[in-house]
Design a protein. Structure first.
Lengths: 404, 148, 404, 148
């Protein structure tokens, strides 16, 4: 694939090797154009106006929802709630479903692999409700330990939260198996953090077998500040609203308020129609590539990178083998701290992430304070791997090789 | 303007002296009977510094540090312990301020006489994401002095 | 002022008369350029990267906060929390402060003039906590009845929420007097909905005398999906976080989590740095005009429009006299329903709002189901008033004049 | 493309017949002994329609409406009452479907013979924000029939 030219930031900086797409992705021209086009031809407050411009804004907003729902395999697009991103989607479920349904003595299960966004909200809910907060441990190579999970599940389990793909290690979790286990042994909701799956391979919510799925637009070529929560209709209908205010109400009486229908019930305030339009353009762009090709492209880069990095003395790669990983490569290099690696790579134009990747529970389990992480996306190619390898060798050179 | 660093800036950052302090830290370990003991962490990277200080009146008679972290944070800690040992707290405060100013890029080069080896860290000022690393040990020392 | 050319949507549609800025504003070129420029030169996940591009994104985000804080007179810019908009800011206070501090038997006061966003969250909080929900009634011309308010306040009053300017009538509320009253008679937090004041006249939070102030970027020439909540430091520091996840944590232990410092404690998830940059460009644009000039420009349009509309037989204008109103003109026309007025005006290229303006409690108090509302902003001029008047006359012509 | 309406579309919307029904609504008021009584509101604009229906077997023998609203919603209610009075519920269902299709723009003009005066509302289809107004009375009728 030769897509770099579609991405203005990359096209304008030929020496830049952006390998931090797991944090956020770059944006293709078509997305920036769609954003601008909305503001220049359709900008008005959706839902609230009788005049044509507002009707157009409303249509843009609804069509974007339908387009994104189609991309993620949601037949009933009213079940796709726009949020600011994954974090807000998960907080919405934890607060709205959790406060209404979890009680003292109930159990909430997360995993040692989860991002803070799918860990802390549940920890807080458990503390608030006096529920038990249980953490599913991992196999040594960073996979969810299914036996351990099975042992955790029981009739008091009310929530099982996990990520589809780990942002820190790239582990692709066996969602169908997890769902089967949970359905068999517990009567719990299954909450899937899809921040790292929606961007990288075909996802069809309707056949995932989970109850909720959250994702972020900015990680899948879309603008910042937009994402979504998908839920099963029967659950969304029973849940109380999350934020309240304009658009999500039906009638506001002095004493009480009735709620609008889905999806508006969960979308208080002026919707971010512009960014919904931008995200719709992003999924259109991804569909034009084909999500299967996105996956195979990343896989190819991944195994090439894995091979070359593994050959560097002192370099240790975390997580399962590349065939069970999405486009994330998490590593350490002898006693060179990941921050130093990242700084030296920056000197070579290579952008990687160093730190705990918002996964401190995982870092403890790996017994590291930080790792260096390179992550790939559609615009990356072999030259990025060359630069990554060269940069790592440079770091070794500066620090001298010291085995640990 | 390129959004990436030049190799020259990287060279200026990783001076020999920094790598030397990283690899062979001075005053690493623990004091037997510290007057003040502090642990602080950099939540961004999980780096942690433990610092133990013994006082003689208003002077620091001895200090040792422990912890894990990047070259910048550990070299900064190591150099700091060398520099402040035996000094009076007012002098330490002055050095700390001077070093902070160096890190946020607001001193001119000539002003930093009393920083001694710490001047090797001057390259950090150009790396805002790393300034916190260089200041970690100094923040620990400030807390330790406040405990006294 | 001759600013229309700065706004691409308006410049490209010379026949369009946009009079719905109280719902959302149009965006100047400089804001759209700033958005695009961020994505093309600085796009990365702020806070989380060691590499230069991420540092640049972080700086853009922080500088935007500082710039917007300066615009709104907040010396301590850490006390400006970025939110999606006013609705989220008010929900944040109601949930975080409210759940921690309001108890059964306490009293929460809102006014009959409030937008649903500053009404429903408090109603919900009151129901959840068993607190009393009290509504301050209005004078016949749509102002907060200060005597009534005074009568409501007592030592059980924990929250007084009101808007700085009513979006439905344009009423500018006497914020200093309200603050004085509340401080004198109650020990309550003062929550000010600034959605309609921040865009239209100089606001200095530090001297407003309120504890919290919420605003929306999209109503002040900024992009959708960004806004802010300003709070007093001592309160923000004591409040528990709202949403949880990445960026707002300090350390995530298996059993509990500690929180980051302000403002990050209240900003869970990847920040919307691009839109913060866009909003900073918007306030820069407003400052270049000068907020005093913005105000006087709107005042001038307002009194001109008021004079011409008042001369139309059967037209009734709601709210206090223009000198005590911001750039909002709410009216009805004989027995012609506001929706019909809006549709007919749409035929003349005039965009006005018709409906309850997310203020059903106010509509009940005015004993109408809806009003027509024209609202003015920097890009409007006399020609918009001409078109508005012509459209209203057309509506009369189509419907024939029928007095009510 | 201009984001605003043409005057011609406005003219097509506000036909004489609509204004006439708005100003002189037919069957407005309340029935003495209704078999079904329904009130519904359009939350967008606060418009409300009350509908009272008397049945004779499976036919609507009489009906009246009340409420406040815009010209489109009240004219639609007025015309509806005229059209369905005396009709069998299956026929009413068919008319309702046809009218709905007209509103979402999916009929061709010739198909709407049985809509009678309701065809005057065909211009509404071009105004998505107003379609709900035109359907309000019909939704009330559907609820009333379901109550039977
Ligand atoms: C007075 C007032 N408060 C609150 C809001 C809600 O703002 P937003 O929809 O941007 O959250 C609005 C605008 O819709 C408003 O006019
Ligand atoms: C696995 C995972 N979950 C959740 C998040 C949070 O997403 P956001 O910051 O967009 O809310 C991220 C990314 O930061 C992630 O990688």
């Amino acid at each position: 694939m030769e897509l770099r030219a579609d991405f203005p930031l990359l096209a304008n900086n030929p020496g830049l090797h952006y390998l931090d797409s797991a944090a956020t992705s770059q944006k293709p021209q078509v997305v920036l154009d769609a954003l601008r086009d909305f503001y220049e031809t359709a900008n008005a407050n959706p839902h609230r106006g009788v005049y044509s411009l507002s009707v157009r804004a409303t249509e843009c907003y609804h069509q974007s929802r339908a387009r994104i729902a189609e991309f993620l395999g949601v037949r009933d697009s009213d079940c796709l709630i726009f949020t600011r991103g994954t974090t807000e989607g998960l907080n919405l479920v934890a607060w709205s479903w959790g406060m209404a349904n979890v009680e003292a003595g109930d159990e909430i299960v997360v995993t040692g692999l989860d991002h803070h966004a799918n860990f802390v909200p549940w920890q807080v809910l458990a503390m608030r409700k006096g529920a038990k907060f249980r953490i599913c441990e991992l196999t040594p190579d960073g996979r969810i330990d299914l036996d351990f999970l099975s042992g955790l599940l029981n009739e008091r389990t009310k929530v099982v939260a996990f990520n589809h793909v780990s942002n820190a290690l790239g582990t692709i979790n066996p969602i169908a198996e997890i769902a089967r286990l949970v359905r068999e042994k517990a009567d719990a909701i299954l909450v899937c953090d899809g921040a790292q799956s929606a961007p990288h391979f075909p996802v069809s919510f309707d056949s995932l077998g989970v109850d909720f799925y959250a994702f972020s637009g900015h990680k899948m070529l879309g603008p910042m500040g937009i994402g979504g929560l998908i839920g099963k209709r029967e659950m969304l209908e029973e849940m109380p609203p999350y934020q309240t205010g304009g658009d999500m109400i039906e009638f506001v009486h002095d004493e009480r308020t009735t709620w609008n229908i889905l999806p508006l019930k969960f979308e208080a305030g002026t919707p971010n129609a512009a960014n919904a339009v931008g995200l719709a353009a992003a999924v259109e762009y991804l569909d034009n590539i084909g999500m299967d090709r996105v996956l195979s492209h990343e896989r190819a880069l991944m195994s090439a990178a894995q091979k070359r990095l593994a050959a560097i003395e002192g370099l240790h790669i975390y997580g399962p083998p590349p065939s069970e990983r999405s486009g994330v490569l998490s590593f350490t290099l002898g006693d060179v701290h990941p921050h130093d690696i990242a700084t030296i790579l920056d000197g070579e134009g290579v952008c990687i992430r160093a730190g705990h990747h918002c996964a401190q529970p995982l870092m403890r389990r790996l017994d590291v304070t930080a790792t260096a992480r390179a992550s790939f996306y559609v615009y990356n190619d072999e030259s990025d791997i060359d630069a990554l390898v060269a940069g790592i060798l440079k770091a070794r050179e500066i620090f001298g090789y010291v085995p640990v | 303007m390129s959004p990436a660093r030049s190799s020259a800036e990287i060279g200026a950052l990783y001076q020999e002296m920094i790598l030397d302090h990283y690899r062979r830290p001075r005053n690493k370990g623990t004091l037997e009977n510290p007057d003040a003991s502090v642990e602080i962490k950099n939540p961004l990277c999980g780096d942690e510094i433990g610092l133990q200080v013994a006082f003689d009146g208003d002077s620091v008679s001895d200090l040792k540090f422990s912890g894990r972290g990047c070259s910048i944070s550990l070299a900064s800690a190591s150099m700091m312990t060398q520099l402040v040992k035996g000094k009076h707290r007012t002098e330490i405060d002055a050095i700390r301020n001077e070093f902070r100013n160096l890190m946020i890029g607001s001193n001119s080069a000539g002003e930093n006489d009393r920083l001694g080896s710490l001047r090797a860290l001057s390259g950090v000022a150009r790396f805002p994401a790393r300034v916190k690393c260089a200041l970690l040990a100094w923040n620990a020392l400030e807390s330790a002095l406040a405990l006294k």
